[in-house]
Design a protein around this ligand. Structure first.
Ligand code: ADP
Ligand code: MG
Ligand code: ZN
Length: 502
């Protein structure tokens, strides 16, 4: 690998203006593949989910997946696109071992959706509009595994294995128009766009859009032009970037690399590049094909797609609230700041908090438990908070017990711990572990009397008017009751007994 000299980010931006283009592939969550009835379930034995159609055997004919088309239209509508009245699939011809038909069934000049936009929110709250060129339907390829080499790449491998289970899984490719005007914030815009798009796809219910599982991947096109120049420079295309952080880093790295090449009198060649997670760098891939190289032509084995207008309108009417607007509404309902909402998002608990509030908790305690105790636990175990063995209903019950005075925070944490440990519902854990606030006045009174008797000197100070000393006695009572007393009531009782007032 050749070490590339980079220009500092600040210096690059002082001379050049970045132009970006983002291509995002989303694997749809349909039960079956795009053109055959094979299952799309993950984790099956290699090549167990294939048939003559997705293996490209001669004579096999494709049949379109209606849910795939419906999902594409939903995505197009949510991105404010126009939906084609009539469009076709096209064959994109090239040979690659993981593509058994020797062409990919895709869409070329007749995409199902085009001319839209997505508003994304940057960290300081500013809204940046990203224009969408098109969203089109296509199919995924199979998966190659290169065996015998040190790196898992094809170089140095002794042989390669092919799994066609993924071949033919529906993909939607969403392509932006060139993104201009972002300046030094281009990498941030790229990350915010992919984040917003992911939220949108999830809200539509068409895919889980989990980047770490390859269900959503992004190609980052980037070029630089001298400040003040209208014409775009030559772009590089960093392929298959698969996390939000990597999208930002890849854009940043390419800005610095292009600036170095251009600044030293070199030229950027239009090529694909690989992104390296370890150090955030990119290295050259293949020289970019021209569209002509693919010999696109309309797919003769599939009927054209002509979605009826009333169906499109029905889908439009059924669209969920856009994530950005939902976040704004929830932020207002919960009474939290932009920054606090960002933390909620980062913790991945927005839906869990919403469900906990729906189950009866107030917003503040729902947020407190999910952002505190539970987010911490999920983080410690490196799992998604949704995978924790506790439900929003159970969290709401804990919040209710606290609100009713049956538990204090310390006891509530123990209840949550019990639920997570599989000891049952909150009420069961409270019973089994004996975790109730001692609010029985008789028992509290006895504990208070004992504490006064055992700390005579302190009691005298309080009698003499030094109310601040009561804390020590409250502490003694809490200790004696193993934290299960209501501290405020204990304090009242102590002051009452000693004839002192606040
Ligand atoms: P290809 O299939 O060759 O990658 P696409 O049109 O699918 O071409 O995608 C190219 C992406 O790059 C689009 O998002 C487009 O807006 C963007 N783009 C085009 N020209 C430039 C450029 N000079 N600099 C940066 N981005 C560009
Ligand atoms: Mg591309
Ligand atoms: Zn099949």
């Amino acid at each position: 690998m050749t070490v590339t000299e980079l220009v500092s980010y600040e210096d690059a931006l002082a001379t050049y203006d970045p132009v970006m283009g983002l291509e995002v592939h989303v694997e749809l969550g349909t039960k079956t593949k795009m053109f055959c009835g094979c299952s799309t379930a993950l984790g099956a034995e290699p090549n167990s989910q294939t048939c003559p159609t997705c293996l490209g055997l001669p004579g096999a004919l494709p049949v379109m997946n209606a849910i795939g088309v419906e999902s594409a239209i939903k995505i197009g509508l949510a991105l404010h696109c126009e939906i084609a009245e009539w469009c076709r699939f096209a064959r994109k011809n090239y040979f690659y071992p993981d593509m058994p038909k020797n062409f990919q069934t895709s869409q070329y000049d007749e995409p199902i959706a085009f001319n839209g936009y997505l508003d994304v929110q940057l960290e300081d709250g500013e809204i940046f509009r990203v224009d969408i060129e098109r969203a089109h339907m296509e199919e995924d390829t199979g998966k190659s595994t290169h065996v015998g080499g040190a790196t898992g790449r094809i170089h140095g491998a002794s042989h390669s294995l092919l799994d066609y289970n993924r071949a033919g899984i529906p993909l939607i490719e969403i392509v932006t128009k060139p993104i201009v005007g972002a300046g030094e914030r281009a990498p941030e815009v790229a990350k915010a766009y992919v984040a917003e798009l992911r939220e949108l796809i999830k809200a539509l219910g068409v895919s889980e859009a989990r980047m770490e599982m390859g269900q959503m991947r992004c190609d980052v096109n980037l070029s630089l032009r001298l400040n003040g120049v209208e014409k775009f420079g030559t772009r590089s295309e960093t392929k298959n970037v698969n996390s939000l952080r990597s999208v930002e880093r890849a854009a940043r790295y390419e800005i610095q690399r292009h600036a170095a090449v251009l600044g030293s009198g070199g030229t950027i060649i239009q090529e694909t590049r690989h992104f390296h997670e370890e150090d955030g760098s990119t290295t050259a891939g293949r020289i970019k094909e021209e569209a002509e190289d693919y010999r696109y032509f309309p797919e003769p084995d599939l009927v054209p797609v002509a979605p009826a207008r009333d169906w499109v309108e029905e889908l439009r009417a059924g669209l969920p609230e856009l994530p950005r607007l939902r976040r704004k509404r929830l932020r207002e309902e919960w009474g939290i700041s932009e920054h606090e909402m960002q933390s909620v998002l980062n913790a991945g608990v927005i839906d869990l908090i919403t469900a906990t509030i729906e189950a009866g908790a107030d917003a503040a305690s729902a947020r407190k438990w999910w952002m505190g105790e539970l987010a911490r636990r999920a983080n410690e175990e490196s799992i998604d908070p949704t995978a924790l063995p506790i439900t929003p209903t159970q969290v709401a019950r804990v919040a209710e017990l606290v609100a009713d005075g049956g538990l204090n925070d310390k006891l509530a944490r123990q209840v949550i711990e019990g639920v997570l440990a599989g000891e049952g519902d909150p009420d069961t854990v409270v019973d089994k572990r004996g975790l109730k606030i001692v609010s029985d006045e008789g028992a509290l009174g006895t504990a208070v009397d004992e504490a006064i008797a055992a700390n005579a000197a302190i009691a005298d100070k309080i009698r003499g008017g030094k109310v601040a000393a009561a804390g020590a006695l409250v502490g003694a009572v809490m200790k004696a009751t193993r934290g299960q007393a209501d501290a405020a009531r204990v304090r009242e009782l102590i002051l009452e007994r000693l004839g002192a007032a606040e």
